[in-house]
Design a protein around this ligand. Structure first.
Ligand code: ZN
Length: 203
C-alpha cells in the first residue's frame, strides 16, 4: 500500500505559499508508517518547530490501474475520506531552497491522519463535495472539490502514467488555503459535508 499526495491543487493555496500554479499535477509519496487511524493523537515531532495542518479529501483506490484514461478513472474508486497532510514547514522550506525532495518534511511517522471512508454514492458528485477543518472549534479551512485545479479523475490519470495504482492505495488530493501551524493541546476536527469524520488532539 502506498500513499500518493498531490501538491498545489487549489489556486488559493498555491498563492498563499507564493508558489506558481502548476501546469501538471505535482505528487509525492508517503509510506504506510505515516498513517494515523481511529482519531489517534498526533505527537508533535522534535525535529520541527513549525508543523502545519493541511486538510485534504482522500480517495481510496479499489482497482489495479496503469495508464488510466481520465474518462475511465471513476471506475477506480468508490469511497472517500478526509485526512490531514501534516507538513514540517521549516524542513520543507529548507528542502525547497536546496532543491531537495520533500520526504522528511511530509512523510514522517504520523504525518497522515485519515478518517474512515464513506461510499461515494451517498455523497454524489466527486467534483462537488464540501469539506472543512476546524482548529479548536474554529473553521480554518473550507472548500469544495470543484475548486481543484486538477479534478480527481485527472489526478488518477496523471499519477497512473508513472506508477501503477493498487487496491488499497490512498490518494491525498491537495489542500485549499488556510493552512497554519498547530501546537500541543490543539484539537483538529474535519468534516465532509456536515459529517464529522476526524477528531483528534495534538500531543
Ligand atoms: Zn498537502
Amino acid at each position: 500500500m502506498k500513499i500518493i499526495a498531490i501538491g498545489r491543487n487549489y489556486i488559493n493555496h498555491a498563492k498563499e505559499l507564493n508558489n506558481p500554479v502548476p501546469e501538471e499535477p505535482i505528487f509525492f509519496l508517503m509510506p504506510d508508517s505515516a498513517l494515523l487511524r481511529n482519531n489517534q493523537p498526533f505527537f508533535y515531532p522534535d525535529f520541527s518547530t513549525d508543523i502545519h495542518f493541511e486538510v485534504e479529501i482522500v480517495i481510496k483506490i479499489n482497482r489495479l490501474g496503469k495508464n488510466v484514461a481520465p474518462k475511465f478513472a471513476y471506475r477506480y474508486y468508490n469511497e472517500i475520506g478526509i485526512g490531514i497532510d501534516f507538513t514540517a514547514r521549516d524542513l520543507q522550506e529548507e528542502c525547497k531552497e536546496k532543491g531537495l525532495p520533500w520526504e522528511k518534511a511530509k512523510s514522517f511517522d504520523g504525518a497522515a491522519p485519515i478518517s474512515e471512508f464513506k461510499p461515494l454514492e451517498k455523497l454524489g458528485d466527486i467534483n462537488n463535495i464540501n469539506f472543512r477543518l476546524e482548529l479548536n472549534g474554529k473553521v480554518v479551512q473550507k472548500a469544495n472539490t470543484s475548486q481543484m485545479i486538477f479534478p480527481v479523475d485527472e489526478l488518477i490519470a496523471h499519477v497512473s502514467k508513472y506508477m501503477t495504482m493498487k487496491i488499497g492505495d490512498y490518494l491525498f488530493t491537495g489542500t485549499p488555503s488556510g493552512v497554519g501551524a498547530v501546537k500541543i493541546g490543539d484539537r483538529l476536527t474535519a468534516y465532509i459535508e456536515n459529517e464529522k469524520l476526524l477528531d483528534f488532539f495534538i500531543k
